[in-house]
Design a binder for this molecule. Structure first.
Ligand code: ADP
Length: 159
């Protein structure tokens, strides 16, 4: 049976830090689904369609992945996809508290699904979508942080 993992997130937009996590996950699983949250609580700058489109272009070099939007409970979505693992990225201690809560809640809701944390390469440890949006809006160079499709989408976006 195929070993599938789900990597959920807002991906607003996907950064090279997210892509680093996806690459690591593809070496561990037969198939990785990048699950783009339709309406995350914190809101998004890009529409779901734009976020999926930028993910597709940024991850086009990876064979064993698919990219989908989802708007239901994550553990239900994972069960429907027959995925036993949820991947999350851990950058620094600051991520830990939120990720700990999320993993705990998901375990309570669906004990059969494991959350697996992966660390990105050190050079991406300080990278976040919100910081990239801010640097871009203020005219900074973001070419080392995102795929060019995200750069194009971000150009001209106000803060
Ligand atoms: P969410 O709104 O679900 O936190 P994000 O798109 O912000 O969605 O992040 C999705 C996951 O990727 C989270 O686990 C987050 O910690 C992780 N992540 C975000 N940026 C990076 C990065 N630069 N390196 C590694 N993991 C990251």
């Amino acid at each position: 049976m195929e070993n599938t993992a789900i990597y959920p997130g807002s991906f607003d937009p996907i950064t090279l830090g997210h892509a680093d996590i996806v690459e690591r996950a593809t070496r561990l699983f037969d198939h990785v689904i990048i699950a783009v949250a339709a309406k995350p609580a914190k809101g998004t700058v890009f529409s779901l369609e734009q976020r999926i489109d930028i993910c597709s272009k940024s991850l086009a070099h990876l064979p064993n992945i698919s990219i989908e939007g989802f708007d239901n409970l994550l553990v239900d979505y994972a069960s429907n996809k027959k995925a036993a693992v949820i991947i999350r990225g851990l950058r620094a201690i600051s991520d830990f508290e939120y990720e700990f809560q999320l993993a705990g809640m998901n375990r309570k809701l669906a004990p059969e699904i494991e959350t697996l944390f992966l660390m990105p390469a050190e050079k991406y440890a300080y990278l976040s979508s919100s910081l990239v949006r801010e640097v871009s809006a203020l005219g900074g160079d973001i070419s080392e942080f995102v795929h060019h499709s995200a750069m194009a989408a971000l150009s001209g976006k106000p803060l």
